[in-house]
Design a protein around this ligand. Structure first.
Ligand code: UDP
Ligand code: MG
Length: 320
């Protein structure tokens, strides 16, 4: 099969028939063999019935329905586990992404050798309250992930080589960082295509402004686990040691100054009257706590079943 289109959706009943017709038309015009996997993320409207009806007229329509709402990432992951096409395309259900982009995305994966191509909604039809924070968000994501050529990490329209989706696990709210997940899994050829974006036609957006707070927290998590997930001591140990040493030096100075003044007959203050003593104390305590966190982290890693799972690309003449 050429293409799997994975569509996560939550209460998008009005958009679905139009979306299905449009995708089917593009596929037929280009002669692709395809499937559309609708992942119903616990919709409370008529979405699932609409999907069932669509599958009656188009055998390429497939679906999974969650009993409750989990979020876009769990929906995508579930679709990925079931996708069979050589190229997997994800697309929002709200008709903001255009299926007309599919043939070019497909070509970029199959002919130009990209592992992942992300859409870029250069001209967006979203409120300003969303577009401005989005710019900031993408700038940070570029910096942290080191994927310098992406402008729109969270674009719902993306294309993947099948191998990529086999090796990434999208959970929580991590759909915002799929390119970063792919990079962490060793897929380097990540490209971008400017795509047309349209205003939402039916229904309303499912994400509020908390997306930005959560987005940054998730980015921090990915950065940390990507860099130190297998060796937490390198993070906590370094930070803890630095703080402890700084605190220790400060305590020694505070004490030495007092002794020196005392011995030379100057006025001196008790160590416990100096504010620096307390700062130094706090540094030393926090430093040792961080160090301990590093040890605990190492114990966790030692027992994690995935500690020796590596992304193996190919093997030659070895028996594993
Ligand atoms: N979505 C989902 N589960 C959720 C929230 C959203 O499957 O809990 C789907 C939603 O139906 C849509 C896509 O994710 O197909 C993108 O959502 P939305 O259009 O609300 O986001 P925006 O375009 O505002 O970023
Ligand atoms: Mg949308």
């Amino acid at each position: 099969m050429d293409i799997s289109v994975v569509v996560p959706l939550y209460n998008e009943a009005e958009s679905l028939p139009e979306l299905e017709r449009w995708i089917a038309r593009v596929m037929e015009e280009n002669g692709f063999s395809y499937e559309i996997i609708f992942v119903n993320d616990g919709s409370t409207d008529d979405s699932w019935n609409v999907i069932k009806a669509l599958s009656q007229t188009n055998p390429a329509v497939k679906g999974v329905s969650f009993r409750r709402n989990y979020g876009k990432s769990p929906a995508l992951n579930t679709g990925f586990r079931r996708a069979q096409g050589n190229v997997v395309i994800t697309m929002d259900a709200d008709l903001q992404d255009s299926p007309d982009e599919i043939p070019e995305l497909y070509r970029m994966i199959t002919a130009e050798g990209y592992d992942l191509v992300s859409g870029y909604k250069q001209k967006r039809y979203d409120p300003l309250s969303k577009t401005i924070p989005t710019k900031l968000f993408n700038a940070t994501a570029r910096k942290v992930s080191g994927i310098k050529n992406l402008h729109d990490f969270n674009c719902g329209l993306k294309a993947y080589r099948h191998k990529v989706i086999e090796h990434i696990e999208v959970y929580g709210d991590m759909h915002r960082y799929i390119p970063y997940l792919a990079k962490l899994a060793g897929f380097n050829r990540i490209g971008e295509k400017v795509v047309h974006h349209r205003a939402r036609k039916y229904g309303k957006t499912k994400f509020g402004l908390d997306r930005f707070v959560n987005g940054y927290l998730d980015l921090a998590t990915l950065w940390f686990t990507g860099k130190f997930g297998a060796k937490p001591m390198h993070f906590f140990g370094l930070l803890g040691s630095l703080m402890f040493i700084l605190g220790f030096i400060a305590v020694v100075i505070v004490g030495a100054v007092k002794l020196w003044n005392m011995n030379h007959g100057y006025n001196y203050i008790l160590v416990t009257d100096s504010p620096y003593f307390y700062l130094a104390l706090v540094l030393m305590i926090l430093g040792s706590q961080l160090f301990l966190a590093g040890f605990v982290g190492e114990l966790v890693v030692r027992n994690s079943p995935g500690r020796n799972d590596y992304e193996i690309d190919e093997e030659l003449n070895v028996t594993p």
